[in-house]
Design a protein around this ligand. Structure first.
Ligand code: HEM
Length: 568
C-alpha cells in the first residue's frame, strides 16, 4: 500500500478532508453558482428555482483552481441539479440544462465521480466546524448546504460525518496491521486491532444518535426524495434516466472521435442521450467498505450464500441488488444479454460479490476507490486469523495469539452491531414510513394543494394502473419519488414518450405490489433482505476460539485457511 495521503486520506480525519471544506468559491467568476446556492432553498419553496436555473450562464469549470474548489463546486451542482429535477411539488423534469449538466459532468470526471449526488458530496465535503479549533463531532459541526433547509437534514448528514471522523484512526491502524502481520509483530498488531475496536464502538454510539434530531417522517417524505438518482425511476417520469443537455455521448474516449451516427435510427439517437445513476446513499461510504475488505467479510448476491451465474430471468428482473444497470440505457441495445453492465462498476475479484455494494464504488471519489482496490490485494488479516485458527486445532495458542483472535472477533462483532443498528434505523426511517403513508391531512407538513394541472391528466401510463392504497394518489402527486406503484409516468410530448415508441421494452418499471410489503431502496428493490444478509455475512466471519481448558474435542472450522486461499 502507498501512504494514506497518496489516496487522499488523512491519518487524522480519514476520508474526510484534512481541512474543513471550502465555504464559498473565492473567484467572482463563480458568483452566479454561489448566489444560486445561497437562494436555492427559498427559490425551491417559491417554485422559482427552475426559472432561475434557465438564466444561469454556462461557466467553465476549468477555472476552478484546486481540489477544494472542485469539491465545493461539485456540492453546489449536486444541490441545485437535484432540486431542479425533482422540484418541490412539481413535475419531475427529464432534461438537465447545459448550464448545470456540462460543468457538473466535467467536475465529476475530474474527481472520479458520476454527476449525481453521492455520500462524498453531502457528507464528506459538506461540513463546517463551529469552533475552528474545536473537535470534529456533533457538538461542533454544522452543514454547509441542504436541500430542505431543515435541521433534520443537517443532522442526517452530520451524524454520518461524525461516523466518518470516529472511524478515521482505523485507516492507519489497518494499513499498519498489514506490515505488523508480515513482521510477526503481535504486540503492535494487538494495538492496531484495539484502535479499530474502540473506533467501531465510537461509530456505533454516533449512529445511535440519528434518532435524536432527525425525524423519520421528515427524512422519508421531505429529505430522501432529493437524494434519489435516475435509475429505476420509471414511475416518476424518468424511464430511461436523465438527459444531460450538452453532454455529447457520441464521443468515444478510446478513439477520441465522434461516432458516425448516420446508421442510427432517430430512437437510438435519442436514447443515447440518457444517463442512469443511482442516488446518494451511505452505502457509498469508503469507510464501511474498508472494514469489509480489511476483515475479509464476504458479501454475496442478495438471496445467495455463494456466488451464482445470473440466469436470463434475473437479467429481466433488473434487480439492482443482483444486477445493477449500466449507466447508459443505450448499452442495453448493444448488449441485450446485459454483458456490458459489469463494466460499469469497477471489476475486482476478492471478497465482495454483492453487485450492488460493488456498484456503489463508482460513486466513491477515485482515490478512495483506489485505496479499496489496493487494500483488496494487500489485506492479510483474515488469512492470518485463519492460520491461527488452524494452529489451535493442532497445538495451544500463545496468550497474544488468543488475544488477537478475540480482538478480530470483537471488531467483527462491532461491525455486526453497526449493521444491526442500521437495520433498525432503516426499519423506522424507511419501512415504517412507507407503510404509514404521507401525512397529507396535516397542512403543516404536506399540503393538500396539488399542481394546477392534476398529475393524472399529465401522465400517460403505458401499463394498466394497479389498485392503489387509499393515500397513494395524493402521495404520488406530492412525493413522486417515494411512490411504490409501478406504472410508468411517461408524459405526453416528452422525449421519453418518443423513445418509448421505438423501444417499448426498455426502462420498464418494476412491478411492486403495494400489498406485498416490499420496500425498495432509492430506485431499487426490497432493501431489508439485502441489509440483513449483509449483517449476517459480517457475523458469519467470526472464528471459533478453542479454550484449551474447556474444549477437549477438536472443532472443525467451517472455512479453513486453505479453503479461503482456494476461493480467492
Ligand atoms: C436515517 C439514516 C439511514 C437510512 C434511512 C439508511 C438507509 C439505507 C438504505 C435504504 C440502504 C440500502 C441501499 C440503498 O438503497 O441505498 C443503506 C445501505 C447502507 N447504509 Fe444506510 N442509512 C442510514 C444511515 C446510514 C449511516 C449513518 C451509515 C454510515 C456510514 C450508513 C451506511 C450504509 C451502508 C454501509 C450501506 C450498505 C449496506 C451494508 O454495507 O450493510 N447508513 N442504508
Amino acid at each position: 500500500m502507498q501512504s494514506l495521503e497518496s489516496y487522499d486520506i488523512s491519518p487524522q480525519t480519514g476520508f474526510l478532508p484534512s481541512q474543513p471544506p471550502l465555504r464559498r468559491l473565492p473567484s467572482a467568476y463563480f458568483a452566479p453558482w454561489e448566489s444560486l446556492m445561497e437562494d436555492c432553498n427559498g427559490l425551491l419553496l417559491a417554485g422559482k428555482l427552475r426559472e432561475r436555473v434557465h438564466k444561469l450562464p454556462l461557466l467553465d469549470s476549468i477555472r476552478l483552481q484546486n481540489v477544494q474548489e472542485y469539491r465545493r463546486a461539485f456540492l453546489i451542482l449536486c444541490m441545485v441539479s437535484h432540486s431542479y429535477v425533482w422540484g418541490k411539488h412539481e413535475k419531475t423534469l427529464e432534461i438537465l440544462p447545459a448550464c448545470l449538466a456540462v460543468p457538473w459532468t466535467a467536475i465529476a470526471d475530474h474527481l472520479g465521480l458520476c454527476p449525481v449526488v453521492c455520500h462524498a458530496a453531502v457528507v464528506l465535503w459538506n461540513y463546517r466546524l463551529l469552533d475552528k479549533k474545536g473537535p470534529l463531532d456533533l457538538s461542533n459541526l454544522t452543514t454547509l448546504e441542504t436541500y430542505t433547509g431543515s435541521l433534520d437534514e443537517s443532522w442526517f448528514y452530520l451524524v454520518t460525518t461524525e461516523i466518518e471522523g470516529a472511524g478515521a484512526p482505523c485507516l492507519q491502524a489497518i494499513t499498519n496491521s498489514i506490515e505488523h502481520i508480515k513482521d510477526g509483530d503481535y504486540s503492535e498488531l494487538i494495538d492496531d486491532l484495539q484502535v479499530v475496536h474502540s473506533a467501531l464502538e465510537n461509530m456505533n454510539s454516533a449512529l445511535q444518535r440519528m434518532y435524536e434530531k432527525c425525524d423519520p417522517y421528515v427524512f422519508y417524505w421531505k429529505i430522501r426524495p432529493y437524494l434519489a438518482g435516475w435509475e429505476n425511476m420509471a414511475e416518476v417520469g424518468l424511464p430511461f434516466g436523465l438527459i444531460y443537455e450538452g453532454i455529447d455521448s457520441h464521443w468515444d474516449a478510446e478513439t477520441d472521435e465522434y461516432a458516425d451516427m448516420s446508421h442510427l435510427s432517430e430512437g437510438e439517437r435519442l436514447l443515447r442521450q440518457y444517463r442512469r445513476y443511482a442516488g446518494g446513499s451511505a452505502a457509498q461510504s469508503s469507510l464501511i467498505a474498508t472494514f469489509d475488505v480489511a476483515f475479509g467479510v464476504e458479501h454475496h448476491p442478495t438471496g445467495q450464500k455463494s456466488p451464482i451465474k445470473l440466469d436470463s430471468s434475473a437479467l429481466l428482473n433488473r434487480d439492482r441488488y443482483t444486477h445493477p444497470q449500466s449507466t447508459k440505457p443505450a448499452d442495453e441495445l448493444n448488449h441485450p444479454d446485459g454483458s456490458a453492465t459489469p463494466q460499469t462498476p469497477p471489476t475486482f475479484v476478492r471478497t465482495n460479490r454483492n453487485r450492488f455494494l460493488r456498484a456503489m464504488r463508482k460513486y466513491m471519489p477515485l482515490n478512495h476507490r483506489k485505496f479499496l482496490e489496493d487494500l483488496e490485494v494487500a489485506a492479510n488479516l483474515r488469512p492470518f486469523m485463519l492460520q491461527l485458527q488452524e494452529k489451535q486445532l493442532i497445538t495451544h495458542l500463545t496468550e497474544k495469539e488468543t488475544r488477537l483472535l478475540e480482538l478480530y472477533n470483537g471488531c467483527l462483532n462491532q461491525l455486526k452491531l453497526f449493521r444491526d443498528k442500521h437495520v433498525q434505523i432503516v426499519t423506522l426511517y424507511i419501512v415504517n414510513q412507507s407503510r404509514k403513508g404521507a401525512n397529507t391531512g396535516n397542512g403543516g407538513y404536506a399540503s393538500d394543494k396539488k399542481e394546477p394541472t392534476p398529475a393524472k391528466a399529465t401522465f400517460t401510463p403505458t401499463v394498466p394502473i394497479k389498485e392503489k392504497p387509499d393515500t397513494s394518489e395524493a402521495v404520488t402527486a406530492l412525493y413522486p419519488q417515494a411512490a411504490l406503484e409501478s406504472e410508468r409516468g411517461i408524459r405526453e410530448g416528452s422525449v421519453s414518450a418518443k423513445v418509448n415508441q421505438f423501444f417499448p421494452q426498455l426502462g420498464l418499471a418494476k412491478h411492486v405490489d403495494p400489498k406485498s410489503g416490499v420496500v425498495r431502496g432509492t430506485g431499487g428493490t426490497n432493501i431489508m433482505p439485502f441489509l440483513k444478509q449483509s449483517r449476517d455475512e459480517t457475523n458469519d466471519m467470526k472464528l471459533p476460539i478453542i479454550d484449551p481448558k474447556v474444549d477437549s474435542k477438536t472443532v472443525i472450522p467451517e472455512k479453513s485457511f486453505t479453503d479461503w486461499i482456494l476461493r480467492r
